[in-house]
Write a protein that binds this ligand. Structure first.
Ligand code: CP
Length: 304
């Protein structure tokens, strides 16, 4: 039985295959509408979500399956002290596959050790968010036509932004990828990601505080929200939350075919006047998230 806990659980070949299946689903959705008849997805969200939970649910419904679950820990027996391991043992009796989000890093890994059904990590604390990364890869492939030979700017909260950690890990496996890491000092990419991913794989990268410094070199600009829920003190969050606000002025030097991405939710990092710029791809990105999750559910349930 296969789980998706970390993007490294998938080989490059498996990722490329998921992308091809997702593209086929987009082109011919009717071919997939009964693939999961009789199957049940459980969505266990111990932390808030809009896109990740609802796109998993929409994905299962579009495959002909059904969905159950909870959207906050307070409405589950976790609020009475039940452990993640016990919760997972129970939910495996009621479902065929589980998508789980949890504030504690490693909780989905613990769950997978006890689970009788496949587990999808739908985000664990400031650690990983592999289905967001699959979404990002499908978006880049569809919008840029390739996953290699790209200069990728990552901007904002690179410390707590789990989508950034998973995306760097995934993109580092493709040829000729360069990263521009744009953040204030307090929110720099963790050393372990630099050491274990970038330096270990000889990936070219630079760090800057200035969002405009490398703008003209970028093929992708991946904006992120400052992760308020991971801060220990409100003062630091308030000081840093509006450090970057992307607007039309800042995009002046950017390539005509730049792709601006954001995992969303957006707070204030991208001015709404960028939304009608053809380079703004973040709402399309959220839409791609449903199709790659359909492909992932098929793979984990071993549906041909
Ligand atoms: N991108 C993302 O994880 O969004 P949600 O928190 O709304 O699921």
């Amino acid at each position: 039985m296969k789980h998706l806990i970390d993007i490294k659980d998938l080989s490059v070949e498996e990722i490329d295959n998921l992308i091809e299946v997702a593209k086929d689903i987009i082109a011919k959705p009717e071919n997939y509408s009964h693939k999961c008849d009789g199957k049940i997805l459980a969505t266990l969200f111990f932390e808030p979500s809009t896109r990740t939970r609802l796109s998993h649910e929409s994905a299962m419904f579009s495959l002909g399956g059904q969905v159950l679950g909870f959207s906050e820990a307070a409405s589950s027996s976790a609020s009475k002290g039940e452990t993640v391991s016990d919760t997972i043992r129970m939910v495996g009796c009621y479902s065929d596959i589980i998508a789980m989000r949890h504030p504690k890093e490693g909780a989905p890994l613990v769950a997978s050790a006890k689970s009788t059904v496949p587990i999808i990590n739908a985000g664990d604390g400031g650690h990983n968010h592999p289905t967001q990364t699959l979404t990002d890869l499908l978006t880049i492939k569809c919008e840029k036509g390739r996953l290699d030979n790209l200069t990728i700017g990552l901007c904002g909260d690179l410390k707590f932004g789990r989508t950034v950690h998973s995306l760097i890990t995934a993109m580092s496996r493709y040829a000729n990828i360069k990263f521009v890491l744009i953040s204030p000092d307090e929110l720099k990419l963790p050393e372990y990601v630099k050491r274990d991913v970038l330096e270990k794989n000889n990936i070219e990268y630079c760090e800057t505080k200035d969002i405009e410094e490398h703008m003209e070199e970028l093929d992708i600009l991946y904006m992120t929200r400052v992760q308020k829920e991971r801060f220990f003190n409100e003062e630091d969050y308030i000081r840093l939350k509006d450090y970057y606000i992307l607007n039309k002025e800042k995009l002046k030097k950017a390539k005509k075919d730049l792709c601006v991405l954001h995992p969303l939710p957006r707070v204030n990092e991208i001015s709404t006047n960028v939304d009608d710029d053809p380079r703004a791809c973040y709402f399309k990105q959220a839409n791609y998230g449903k199709y790659i999750r359909m492909a992932l559910i098929l793979k984990l349930l071993e549906v041909k």
